[in-house]
Design a protein around this ligand. Structure first.
Ligand code: ADP
Ligand code: MG
Length: 684
């Protein structure tokens, strides 16, 4: 792969400049960067150029590529083919078709919106995200909404949040005497994943149906030696990574870092950061391409947050900063952050946002799979807190306490500095950006990012409102300092430097009044709290409360469905595979005991084992009945069903697993119906 091939399958700005006339190119750039509306004549010109370019690259079809509420991406392919007036075939893409597509919305989750609106849905071109070619298809990134504008996808709220934060940031910067055309959040997403052998995967119903192992005794090794992190990459995995990079580079994704992660056969890839909506689009594409490339190498790529118990799960770290049109990072502290008022006010805005909307951040990462990570002893807990690093924390303390910074610095320089390495913090400042570590590996992080963008936009709005009478006046700086101090005092409770995994922190957080929503249904029940509805409506992210309610319903229903599918899969495995295998093995054992006894041999050990297995069989059977009952007793309401899944079904599943995992260690390996954790995790 040569650098010249980078982005060869992307209709990017360079291609646009080459293929469009000067006037159209200029207009398109204004649409892309400054939110100018797209007009039909321009769309016609762009569509024609896009089609010719794509056909030249061998494409025959196009699709409006969108992100429905399933969290995956969706596409409906059409050929460029059309018939002209003379009845002859032509290849065509009209501006109208580029801009808007019609699609039946009724097969996508809408959380009830579709009952009150028409089932027709529209995909609307997002000209800020580059179209690209995959195989023979031109993919046009689009947003997805219903007939009368209700949002039906993950992308639209994100795009709207970019407008919100842009508007407020530009406004505040103006008060600081800085004029910039626009400000946008830059996002870099670190994607964790597991690679396992396809042959093993195919032998396990749980992996096939739920993408996680519902049973499986821990291996003696686990990850205690920590020898996998950044370790040498297996040649087969290396070949996968190489091909993945090449595929990603072709579609213009700056895949940069590939390394092994903490758990055996866990890996990570990170592209270079980009504008938030591009980063999210790219991430959706990355996940898709990962799965396809893995297949070609005899692997299955597991993006599930917790495929294996007892070893780390997978996350998607969301690195976030704010950048001006000129490319200046507003979160860069400089050498003396305390003197950099502009930095301090943006930092304060983020602190306030995270504190005020900690519950929304938690909601944005809530899913059945991610619940296993959050609160597990490996990922940040379900409590949102922020870590600033020693030095910045000192600055904050000095501001709050009105103490001298110099002596604090001198004291600090004697002890070792550990600026960006508190790995237990969910929201950590890492030098010139924030890293939000709660999102799960499989998630579409649009929601996470519109929550961050909008809550920061709200802080900025409040600050700009308050400072506006002082802009350009001599007392401006003093007012800014006063504001920063007041806000830091008000939101200090969200700052935490200690070990986020400890039990003491859970208690301390409770004392501080921070929220700790342990389950997805509980988290979602706060999505529509009045303050959250107000935030998202006032910044134009959603137009009606119904849209938010719908999202909560979708989130909780999905949770309940997943837990139910997992429970049913467990029952199936227990009844069809595990119980028969164990009964067969124990019968053989019993025959063996009989024969040995006939010969007058000692059978104490075998008897003990057989008795133990028998007791487990009984316990398993009893628990299986309990699990089935819990499944039958589904309450009617969405939230009630979600809580039932959390409080009744999940504990019964845990018990089922505990019994089976013990049995696995008692029964001979040949008799066990599935590849075990050693087979799955330590392949060559
Ligand atoms: P780590 O040490 O946590 O692995 P890196 O510095 O390698 O972190 O960066 C991880 C991700 O953060 C990458 O995607 C990188 O491009 C992104 N990143 C770096 N700087 C910024 C920034 N200013 N804003 C947003 N993302 C950034
Ligand atoms: Mg990181």
């Amino acid at each position: 792969m040569y650098i010249e091939e980078f982005g060869s399958m992307v209709f990017n700005e360079k291609v646009m400049e080459q293929l469009l006339d000067g006037e159209s190119f200029k207009k398109l750039m204004m649409v892309r960067n400054e939110g100018m509306p797209m007009e039909r004549p321009l769309a016609d010109v762009v569509a024609e150029a896009m089609k010719n370019w794509a056909v030249g690259k061998g494409a025959t079809h196009f699709t409006h590529w969108f992100q429905p509420m399933t969290g995956a991406t969706a596409e409906k392919h059409d050929a460029f083919l059309d018939r002209n007036k003379e009845g002859e075939p032509i290849l065509e893409l009209k501006g109208k078709t580029l801009m808007k597509g019609e699609s039946d919305a009724s097969s996508f989750p809408s959380g009830g919106i579709r009952e009150t609106f028409e089932a027709r849905g529209y995909t609307v071109w997002d000209p800020t995200s580059d179209a690209f070619i995959r195989e023979d298809t031109l993919c046009i990134p689009t947003a997805f909404c219903s007939f009368d504008g209700a949002v039906l996808d993950k992308k639209t709220p994100l795009l709207r949040s970019l407008d919100a934060i842009n508007h407020q940031a530009v406004r505040l910067l103006k008060q600081f005497g800085q004029t910039t055309r626009y400000v946008y959040p830059a996002v870099g997403l670190e994607q964790e994943y597991f690679l396992i052998n396809r042959a093993d995967y195919a032998k396990r119903r749980d992996l096939i149906l739920t993408e996680r192992t519902l049973f499986g005794a821990a291996t003696p090794k686990g990850q205690v030696l920590e020898d996998h992190y950044y370790g040498t990459i297996r040649p087969r995995v290396k070949a996968f990574m190489k091909e993945l990079d090449e595929e990603l580079w072709k579609v213009g994704i700056y895949s940069k870092t590939e390394h092994n992660e903490v758990a055996p056969c866990q890996h990570e890839m990170a592209p270079i950061y980009a504008r938030a909506n591009i980063a999210v689009d790219n991430n959706q594409l990355i996940m898709d391409i990962m799965k396809k490339v893995a297949n070609r190498h005899g692997f299955v790529c597991l993006l599930h947050e917790k495929p294996f118990e007892g070893i780390n799960g997978s996350g998607k770290h969301n690195n976030w900063s704010l950048t001006t049109a000129e490319g200046e990072n507003l979160l860069k502290p400089g050498k003396e952050p305390e003197k950099n008022l502009r930095f301090m006010i943006f930092l304060t805005a983020v602190i306030k946002a995270v504190d005020d909307y900690q519950d929304l951040l938690r909601v944005s990462v809530a899913s059945a799979a991610n619940d296993h990570r959050l609160g597990g002893n490996e990922a940040p807990p379900a409590i949102v807190s922020m870590y600033l690093g020693d030095r910045l924390r000192m600055v904050v303390d000095a501001i709050i306490n009105k103490t001298d910074l110099k002596t604090a610095y001198e004291k600090a320089s004697k002890k070792e500095q550990n600026d960006d390495r508190n790995r237990t913090s969910p929201f950590a400042f890492t030098g010139n950006k924030f890293e939000f570590r709660m999102p799960g590996s499989a998630e579409n992080v649009s929601c996470t990012n519109y929550v961050i963008n909008t809550s920061v936009a709200e802080s900025l709005k409040q600050f700009a409102d308050r400072l506006s009478p002082f802009a350009g006046k001599p007392e401006f700086e003093d007012e800014v300092r006063k504001l920063i101090r007041e806000e830091l005092i008000a939101h200090e409770r969200i700052l935490f430097e200690g070990n986020g995994y400890s039990q003491e922190w859970v208690k301390e957080a409770e004392r501080r009044g921070l929220s700790n929503y342990k389950s997805t249904p509980e988290a979602f029940s706060h999505y529509t709290d009045e303050k959250n509805v107000n935030l998202l409506k006032s910044h134009g992210i959603f137009t009606t409360e119904e849209e938010l309610k719908a999202r909560a319903v979708i989130g909780v229903s999905k949770y309940t469905n997943i837990v139910n599918i997992e429970a049913r899969t467990m029952i199936l495995m227990t009844e069809k595979d595990i119980m028969p295998a164990v009964i067969k093995y124990s019968s053989e054992l019993a025959y063996g005991i009989e024969s040995k006894q006939a010969l007058g041999l000692n059978v104490d050990h075998e008897m003990e084992l057989l008795t133990d297995i028998n007791e487990h069989i009984r316990a398993l059977n009893a628990n299986n009945v309990k699990l089935q009952e819990a499944l039958k007793e589904q309450p009617a309401g969405t939230f009630e069903a979600g809580m039932h899944a959390f409080e009744r079904i999940l504990p019964a599943m845990e018990e089922e697993r505990r019994i089976v995992d013990e049995l696995e260690l008692m029964v001979d390996k040949q008799s066990w119906p599935y590849p075990d954790y050693t087979d799955l995790l330590y392949y060559v």
